[in-house]
Ligand binder design. Structure first.
Ligand code: ZN
Length: 456
């Protein structure tokens, strides 16, 4: 890479870490809208902070009414290369060893919600751009950093942005893994509703999960009945070799299932706590819709019993996640998150879900089409060349079930900032960013942007 660029990045490592701390301290979670804050006050505060920091680095920042912002560099007119990231985060969830919104540095690692998804990678891209500018590298086309505030929820930020300005056609999103993801599965988010069942085991309380796209790490349910049920829970837990706890109370038993939380798109090595709870409730005598859901999904993440299991070469297999299950006054409410191979027919999958869950009404909350950029495109070859040069490792394009902003661009791919073999930490407790890795990512981004936008 260009010597001046890499030296500038080295010299600004601590500044990048400080800025990351500042950003992580803002719990940019979506909440009820307020005037000027369509995603709630914390996301607005985060966008304002980012705008201030970017201006401090010499960028002309355009803000989009609490939805998004952008910062451009290089020549105007030519179609710019877009770098798309997000400043919102998912809720902290349980299991943190440090306060999730008070960054803690341990050696090279900075712990906190959003360090890795996506505030850290956004900063790597921002510092890469700035290094190119400070090194005085001549550009033939512009670079535009676009930051949104609603990636983890509805993507309303990008819809608003596109309605108010022209979205570039080509670019990348630093919101996944290296080497590069050129194939993204289609996403189906489904809402499930069913009446509370009068027969069988009486579940009196359950309220697990906040998001369809998070694998819940813990689930608790209260059931009415003989306190001796607690012994039955313990016996089953031992038989299945799965971690459950049971506490007898006057009115019955409270059961806790300990899963392994994570991102719905990456179920390998995780264990859905709602799935565990369904398995237990079924064994204890739950009937009706709960039994149906236990049988059709339970602990499966491949959609097999739901009749949805499928795969293709470019995308790999379908994944399935129950992110929410709660007992409300009106009955049961749950969500399913299906990540579907690019060749899958979503209507067929939906019909299958409805057929296997006849006791539930199934409503589509969100439907995102699949996305694919050819491996031999100029964009993919340039980014992979940058990755190869900076890491000394050749890279092949990959597929993911994690929808990123890459899909918003006609020619968009996800590019970093997680390295092969690194822990997958997005949406999990104890999320951290390795600062050496972040600096390396910045180097790769700079190399890539020079290839895409630099003059000969
Ligand atoms: Zn993200």
């Amino acid at each position: 890479m260009n010597q001046q660029v890499s030296r500038w990045l080295e010299e600004h490592r601590e500044e990048m870490a400080d800025m990351l701390c500042r950003w992580v301290r803002i719990p940019s979670l979506r909440s009820d809208p307020e005037p000027g804050a369509p995603f709630g006050p914390e996301i607005r505060r985060m966008l304002d902070q980012a705008a201030e920091d970017l201006r401090g680095m010499g960028y002309a920042v355009r803000t989009f009414d609490g939805y998004a912002l952008d910062a451009s560099m290089g020549p105007e007119g030519e179609e710019p290369i877009a770098v798309l990231g997000h400043l919102d985060v998912v809720p902290a969830g349980d299991g943190w060893d440090t306060p999730p919104f008070e960054p803690v540095r341990k050696g090279n690692r900075l712990y906190g919600r959003g360090t890795n998804d996506d505030k850290g990678p956004v900063l790597a891209a921002l510092f890469a751009m700035t290094a190119i500018r400070e090194a005085g590298i001549p550009l033939k086309s512009g670079i535009r950093l676009i930051l949104g505030g609603d990636e983890e929820s509805e993507w309303e930020d990008m819809a608003y942005y596109q309605a108010h300005t022209q979205m570039p056609a080509t670019g990348f999103s630093p919101d996944a893994s290296f080497p590069l993801i050129n194939t993204e599965k289609a996403i189906l988010h489904l809402a499930l509703r069913a009446p509370a069942c009068a027969e069988g085991l009486a579940v009196t309380e359950m309220n697990t999960g906040e998001r369809p796209n998070v694998i819940p790490g813990e689930s608790r349910a209260a059931v009415a009945g003989d306190p001796a049920l607690a012994d039955r829970v313990r016996a089953l837990a031992a038989e299945w070799q799965l971690p459950y706890r049971a506490e007898a109370s006057e009115r019955g038993v409270t059961i806790t299932a300990e899963g392994i939380g994570g991102h719905s798109a990456h179920p390998d090595g995780r264990r859905n706590a709602i799935g565990m709870m369904l398995k237990m409730l079924r064994a204890l005598g739950a009937a009706g819709p709960l039994a149906e859901l236990a049988d059709a999904v339970g602990l499966e993440s491949d959609g097999k019993s739901l009749g949805c299991a499928c795969a293709d070469e470019a995308s790999g297999p379908l994944t399935c996640n129950i992110g929410i299950l709660r007992l409300e006054e009106a009955g049961w409410y749950g969500t399913l998150d299906l990540r579907c191979p690019v060749t899958a027919d979503l209507d067929v999958l939906l019909a299958s879900v409805r057929a296997r869950l006849p006791g539930w009404t199934v409503e589509v909350l969100e439907r995102k089409p699949p996305h694919h950029v050819p491996a031999d495109s100029e964009l993919v070859t340039a980014l992979l060349a940058a990755y190869g040069e900076e890491t000394g490792r050749p890279g092949k394009p990959m597929s993911t079930g994690g929808g990123t902003y890459a899909k918003v661009l006609k020619q968009g791919v996800a590019f970093g900032a997680l390295f092969p073999g690194d822990e997958e930490l997005a949406h999990q407790p104890n999320e951290y960013q390795d600062l050496d890795r972040l600096l390396q990512a910045a180097g790769i981004y700079a190399n890539a942007l020079i290839r895409l936008c630099g003059k000969e």
